[in-house]
Design a protein around this ligand. Structure first.
Ligand code: 5GP
Ligand code: MN
Ligand code: MN
Length: 330
């Protein structure tokens, strides 16, 4: 990864220029945490004109509503139209930038921090480490090379990013490096218990009732994926409305679904519009769901991926089911 080029571009353009930070649509903990943590770091460097944004509805999921650095955030309509420097977080392809993709060709320099193997190299400088557990790992390294010391606010942002993308330090990419980074972050004085309660263990009563409905209609398909099996369910806009919940609460549903012991693949189909669905895919190791997602127009990691599907939920699931046997991991 070309850290010296990124450092040079930032030191040249950021102090006097307009800096725009962008993360992916429907931001998760890594997207928001790495972006806001880095944005706070730029402020510590004395950069005064820095905005952070993401495409689509300007909604901060409740679990992230107390992240430090939220005052850096603006909706896409308020985002600087002609930034000098654009830095992109947790985005593998320009399609995940929506309408904000037009800021990249206008900027004097663009830098992408990411950890998806499928990264397309769309920026001028691409800091992509597919071995990193989160984009926050790359962000910490870049802050370090910019001589920005960690403080408790930056650390909290990066910690949320690291904890969410590693499934609370449970997934395979939870390497010694990850725990060493977590140790540096915790050493700034942040309180992991408070953060975990806010981010993972807190949800409205209506969201619990909504989960009950959505999990209650899950279906087991033991012969899918060459016999490795699949479990799937779906959630509609009507479900959200009935329980008075916002769409991001559906993002947590893949977690109980992927715990089903009988099968390898789990699928949650979440309605976005009339015949449009955000699909979350997870595998325990038998299927490369990133390849499945790419075949269906999306992307992601080998064991966690997603795409946008069209039609009825059953049709979306059938498209996934048909694709699975082609992407078994040898
Ligand atoms: P999730 O299921 O948590 O929304 O997403 C899991 C992973 O799949 C994320 O790391 C993200 O990179 C990827 N992903 C999810 N949805 C999409 C999509 O619509 N397009 C692409 N390219 N990647 C996606
Ligand atoms: Mn992400
Ligand atoms: Mn990530």
């Amino acid at each position: 990864a070309d850290f010296p080029a990124a450092v040079a571009a930032i030191l040249q353009l950021a102090p006097a220029g307009r800096v725009l930070l962008i993360c992916h649509v429907s931001p998760d903990g890594d997207a928001l945490g790495s972006m806001l943590g880095f944005g706070l770091g730029l402020r510590r460097l004395g950069v005064s004109q820095v905005q952070a944004t993401f495409p689509g509805p300007f909604e901060i999921p409740e679990p992230f509503a107390e992240l430090p650095g939220l005052d850096l955030l603006v909706g896409e309509e308020q985002a600087e139209p002609r930034p000098d420097l654009v830095i992109v977080f947790d985005v593998a392809a320009e399609s995940r930038l929506g309408a904000l993709a037009d800021r990249l060709p206008r900027a004097r320099a663009t830098v992408s921090l990411d950890h998806h193997a499928s990264h397309t190299g769309f920026a001028g400088v691409n800091l992509v480490d597919p071995g990193a557990a989160a984009t926050a790992v790359v962000a910490e390294e870049l802050l370090n090379r910019l001589d920005v010391p960690l403080d408790v606010e930056i650390a909290e942002c990066l910690y949320v990013a690291l904890a969410t993308d590693t499934g609370s330090f449970r997934f395979d990419m939870t390497t010694p490096r990850v725990h060493e980074m977590a140790a540096r972050l915790i050493a700034t004085g942040l309180r992991p218990g408070d953060i975990s309660r806010r981010v993972f263990d807190s949800r409205p009563f209506g969201a619990m009732k909504l989960s009950a409905d959505v999990l209650g209609r899950a279906q087991l398909d033991p012969t899918a994926a060459g016999g490795h099996g699949m479990v799937w369910t779906y959630a509609t806009l009507e479900d959200l409305e009935r329980h008075g919940q916002r769409p991001y609460v559906l993002d947590a549903l893949i977690d109980p679904v992927r715990c089903v012991a009988e099968v390898d693949v789990s699928v949650v189909v979440k309605q976005l519009a009339e015949r449009e669905w955000a699909v979350s895919l997870r595998s325990k190791g038998a299927v490369d769901v990133s390849a499945v997602a790419v075949a269906l127009g999306g992307g992601g990691h080998r064991l966690a991926a997603g795409f946008t599907g069209y039609g009825a939920p059953g049709e979306v699931v059938t498209a996934v089911r048909d694709e699975l046997p082609r992407h078994l991991i040898g």
